[in-house]
Design a protein around this ligand. Structure first.
Ligand code: NAP
Length: 398
């Protein structure tokens, strides 16, 4: 019988064998990748005696056409009620109009962690020599920083007022023709993000957590993030983790918590990827870092993500690429990002066998060079298949 996922005692999810899981198909290529990913998820779950009762909810263009609303209240409420969901990509109009639907969903449900595991699957074409050395998990803060949406546009009365206020109150000289964005970074937001990263590192036997920040310039936001991270280690994780400054770089069997400036990190993840393990970072850094890293292991066609609140139990897993509108409806693009988001969701639900099966079937399919166009153009002797055929090939290898 189909049932809701609920939050059990002790903050762990209680997952029935037939959970009801809301999903957003997504705009553009969502129409192609959703059925492909669903086919594989259903087959893998069935192999282990499970079944997902999918519940479609609307957002984006499809929602707007059917309800006149880009993000209907009912969709948010359904995710709130059923805790765990998954989504395809959504269109974000540029410059004004509706705010990003993805950002809105994250903020409305307070999904404070954007989780992006970045690892290489054997056979996937990569621009670097040793993609097998890339195995990082990024914890990106998801609710603060310049993504908080606190911006005023150049030339508006609001901008003029803010510029005057900042001049009067702080003596700050800001050009009159400026737009202004506010970057809040709080102790609460920073510590709960770093706490989630440390808990993950403990649970998965990871060796280090790197706090990535731009604190040399932005001292009271990015620098504070770093300081609060180290403070949290001392306050709550002293038995299992230790900060670099407190151990001189020798953690003695504990998890080593270190920090790195964002710009040098973008170099070092390329040149010394094996020195990075779990990464905890602020919102904008995390955005850049996760896409840059995804490029090393096969690009955004295969990079998954999850947005999670570990306290309330809410989580929405999502393809990290956009709607790729030029390919919409062509049954062409790679469903890997959405499918691997499904794998992350299965892992989050502790359906570990089904998750592992999908990954190994995906690896076998790619090893046999059966791939979609994005990989085919980078591989010698590949058999290019459609999105749906790729999913079918994975199911055959489950
Ligand atoms: P995009 O949709 O991610 O597409 C950029 C390029 O990435 C595509 O042209 C394609 O490259 C490649 N790509 C995307 N999806 C792929 C897939 N499944 N398989 C293989 N390759 C894939 O980015 P965009 O064109 O900048 O954005 C389009 C719309 O999506 C915008 O409205 C944007 O706001 C929105 N968006 C949504 C999300 C989200 O919902 N999470 C994220 C980002 C953007 P090639 O052309 O080289 O083949």
């Amino acid at each position: 019988m189909a049932e809701k996922i609920t939050m059990g005692a002790g903050g762990a999810l209680r997952v029935p064998d037939e959970p009801i899981v809301p999903f957003i198909q997504g705009d553009g290529t969502g129409i192609d990748i959703w059925p492909a990913a669903q086919l594989v998820m259903d087959a893998a779950a069935a192999k282990h005696g499970k079944r997902i009762s999918w519940k479609e909810v609307l957002a984006g263009e499809k929602a707007y056409k059917e309800t006149g609303d880009w993000l209907p209240e009912e969709t948010v409420e359904t995710f709130r009620e059923y805790l765990i969901g998954i989504k395809g990509p959504l269109t974000t109009p540029v410059g004004g109009g509706i705010r990003s639907l993805n950002v809105a969903l994250r903020q409305l449900l307070d999904l404070y962690v954007c989780l992006r595991p970045v690892r290489w699957f054997s056979g996937v074409p990569s621009p670097v020599k040793h993609p097998e050395k890339v195995d990082m998990v990024i914890f990106r803060e998801n609710t603060e920083d310049i993504y908080a949406g606190l911006e005023v546009e150049e030339g508006t009365p609001e901008a003029a007022r803010l510029i005057d206020l900042l001049h009067d109150a702080f003596g700050w000289e800001i050009r009159k023709d400026s737009g202004i964005g506010i970057k809040p970074v709080s102790e609460t937001g920073s510590k709960r993000l770093v706490r989630a990263a440390l808990n993950y590192a403990v649970r998965h036997g990871r060796k280090s957590v790197t706090l990535v920040h731009k604190g040399n310039i932005q001292k009271f936001t990015e620098g504070a993030f770093r300081n609060w991270g180290y403070e949290l280690v001392r306050e709550e994780f002293a038995d299992v983790a230790v900060g670099w400054d407190d151990c001189g770089g020798d953690p003695g069997g504990k998890i080593l918590v270190k920090d790195a400036i964002a710009d040098i990190t973008l170099q070092q993840v390329l040149t010394r990827p094996d020195e990075f393990d779990v990464i905890a970072t602020t919102n904008l850094n995390g955005d850049y870092l996760s896409d840059a890293l995804a490029a090393q292991v096969g690009g955004i066609g295969i990079a998954p993500g999850g947005n999670i609140n570990y306290v309330s139990g809410h989580g929405i897993f999502e393809a990290t690429h956009g709607t790729a509108p030029k390919y919409a409806g062509q049954d062409k693009v790679n469903p890997g990002s959405l499918l691997l988001s499904g794998v992350m969701m299965f892992e989050h639900l502790e359906w570990l066998d089904a998750a592992r099966d999908i990954v190994s079937a995906l690896e076998r399919t790619i090893a046999e060079k059966i791939v979609t166009y994005d990989f085919a153009r980078l591989m010698e002797g590949a058999t290019e298949v459609k999105c749906s055929e790729f999913a079918q090939a994975i199911v055959e290898r489950l």
